[in-house]
Design a protein around this ligand. Structure first.
Ligand code: KG4
Ligand code: ZN
Length: 369
């Protein structure tokens, strides 16, 4: 086949009923999804037909963090395997449009998903959409049928992940304004770095929050930087210094008898106090932002939205302080990186007829909203 014979991948109309193939390889999860969408009714329907996630956590754990080259190399066979599994016997007929993460993320890792998506688009002649991973996180809440019923603008999203901590004013699909952010570490990073200081390994966020369940969150006083200032900005790097000091103060007990009931209690108390300090700041800033703008919904999205304490406390704060505002959050299994949310964000674009030129999609490691 000569190049001129190839389909153009250009659609001039928007799609109403379609299946979108989602591909995510921005960091350390390879994920592929098939999402069937019907936008013909008042409330769009979205049914997840296939969804696979292959995590590289075990591979990176021994390095104490994600190694970009290793991540990219591991994505290659996994991306091929998961796409093959998702498409099954239908092959290229299994989807009508492709959504692939184009950034932000690790350049070499992003390229694996993009090249796979471009190849499939090229072979099938079907349209392709380069999806912003951050918009994908926001779309993770849209995967919940009940939330689609109440989807409205303007809304406020608290987007908290390993690399981002942002308060986003969502004015419409594709029209976002970041109104608050962290000045240093992201919330997920604060969880992970604290966990590392406590010797909990990588990625420590989920481990720290599990241990926190049985701890006393008032056991240790930790700083809550910028809690009461007028801005919507946050800062988490000061926590590390305070925690390092605390670990030194109570370290003797851990060294003496790490398995003792006293050590276990100390660790649980430290975890609960750290979690409480991070969650308090996130909630205070979210409520402040919501009061400054007349919003309909608050979304809690990003990897840290899996945190139980944050989900529960934000729910209570909204009920107490923002009557009439709904709280929309993803199913926790779609909080961390996955392709279902990338397919969902891609669907938002397909429903509006927004496609990309096949050749124009490239990895954008620093992409923002
Ligand atoms: O969204 P995500 O999967 O990847 C990025 O786009 O960064 O977020 C990963 C982050 C990690 O920092 C991880 O520790 C954190 O989300 N995380 C949690 C929990 N589950 C994941 N942090 C606190 N509590 C959790 N349960
Ligand atoms: Zn993410």
């Amino acid at each position: 086949m000569i190049l001129a014979d190839l389909p153009t991948n250009r659609l001039t109309h928007f799609l109403l009923k379609f299946t979108i193939l989602g591909i995510e390889t921005s960091c350390d999860e390879t994920s592929v999804a098939l999402l069937s969408v019907d936008g013909s009714g008042k409330v769009p329907k979205a049914v997840l037909k296939k969804h696979f996630i292959s995590s590289q956590i075990d591979i990176h754990a021994k390095y104490g963090g994600v190694v970009p080259e290793v991540a990219a190399r591991s994505h290659v066979p996994e991306t091929v395997a998961l796409i093959t599994k998702a498409l099954g016997r239908k092959g290229l007929d299994a989807f009508d449009v492709i959504g692939v993460t184009k950034g932000p993320g690790l350049a070499t890792a992003l390229r694996v998903g993009i090249q796979a998506a471009q190849t499939l688009a090229w072979m099938s002649g079907k349209p392709i959409i380069g999806v912003n991973h951050l918009e994908g996180h926001m779309a993770s809440a849209w995967l919940v049928a009940e939330h689609r019923k109440h989807w409205a603008f303007p809304s406020l999203a608290l987007l908290v992940s390993g690399g981002h901590t942002e308060l986003v004013l969502m004015k419409d699909f594709g029209d976002y304004e970041v109104i608050g952010t962290t000045r240093d570490d992201a919330a997920g990073e604060a969880f992970d770095k604290s966990a590392k200081l406590l010797g909990l390994g990588y990625p420590g966020g989920p481990k720290l929050s599990k241990l926190a369940i049985h701890g006393n969150d008032q056991a240790f006083k930790l700083p809550r930087p910028m809690l009461h200032d007028e801005t919507l900005d946050m800062s988490f790097s000061g926590l590390k210094t305070a925690i390092r000091q605390l670990v030194e103060d109570v370290g003797g007990e851990f060294k003496k008898s790490p398995k003792s009931a006293k050590s276990k209690r100390l660790l649980a108390d430290l975890c609960a106090s750290i979690e409480c300090a991070i969650v308090d700041v996130l909630i205070a800033k979210t409520i402040r932002a919501a009061k400054m703008h007349s919003i309909k919904n608050i979304l809690l999205v990003g990897g840290v939205s899996a945190n139980r304490r944050l989900r529960e406390d934000l729910d209570k704060a909204i009920a107490r302080e923002l009557p009439g505002v709904r709280f929309l959050k993803p199913n926790p299994k779609f909080s961390t990186d996955n392709a279902a949310m990338i397919a969902a964000a891609g669907a938002w674009h397909a429903l509006r007829g927004e496609y990309d030129e096949l050749e124009a999609i490239e990895a954008e490691p620093e992409l923002d909203l």
